[in-house]
Design a protein around this ligand. Structure first.
Ligand code: DC
Length: 213
């Protein structure tokens, strides 16, 4: 079986930074499942109504492992990370018919020598046989600040109180939805990385992985 490490958590929990660094250290593949939902939302927004076609477009035109996201030669990174796509991806991800199709794409990332997968339902739904399951979180204030920095780095203007409401709304929807909500599974290790350096959390997870594999 190809080994998987799953890292789930809410927006701004730091799971992106930690998962990417972990995948690089281990030399494993990396799945940013949120990016797949965002790509789907973007394609829907620009009028690609046909879901199977939209999925094909995601598979063939997006390089999910690049910092810059290109579509038809256009750099759509800001749009993908922006408010409209962010909220739409959270809304669309409530629909079981959307989830079931995107799940198939996500499963194809499980390739040798291993996979680090981040999202909301990686431990509960996508890879329940994963040997190391992490639930990463941080205080709301810190998550808002991290997300603000991420957006500023993408060259976007940030209104902190709006961003806070956006994150609260998304937290609520992502945890309360009927299908595959964000949950901490019983076999996941809870890490609250409020006030912690990335290095500290990363080393802790790497130790857990080394004990298992
Ligand atoms: O991780 P993110 O902020 O890029 O995710 C965007 C949205 O996609 C998130 O609000 C809910 C949805 N999502 C999901 O439903 N399941 C996942 N595994 C990952 C993301």
């Amino acid at each position: 079986m190809i080994p998987v490490v799953t890292i789930d958590g809410p927006s701004g929990s730091g799971k992106g930074t930690i998962s990417k660094a972990l995948a690089i250290h281990l030399g494993w593949n990396y799945l940013d499942s949120g990016l797949i939902y965002r790509c789907f939302a973007y394609l829907t927004m620009i009028g690609t109504i046909d879901i199977p076609k939209a999925i094909k477009e995601i598979e063939h035109n997006f390089d999910l492992n690049k910092e810059e996201i290109l579509f038809n030669g256009e750099n759509i990174t800001s749009a993908i990370r922006g408010t409209e796509v962010t909220m739409l991806s959270s809304e669309l991800s409530q629909k079981p018919e959307v989830r079931s199709q995107l799940i198939e794409i996500q499963k194809t990332f499980r390739e040798h020598p291993g996979l680090v997968a981040e999202g909301r339902d990686m431990s509960s739904k996508l890879f329940p046989d994963s040997l190391v399951k992490i639930y990463l979180t941080a205080d709301l204030e810190e998550r808002v600040n991290r997300r603000a920095n991420q957006l500023r780095n993408d060259g976007q203007k940030v209104n902190i109180s709006e961003l806070k409401s956006e994150i609260e709304e998304r937290d609520l929807r992502d945890t309360q939805r009927e299908h595959s909500p964000l949950v901490k599974t019983d076999d996941s290790i809870l890490i609250d990385n409020t006030g912690k350096e990335v290095k500290e959390t990363l080393e802790f997870i790497e130790k857990l992985v080394n004990e298992k594999y």
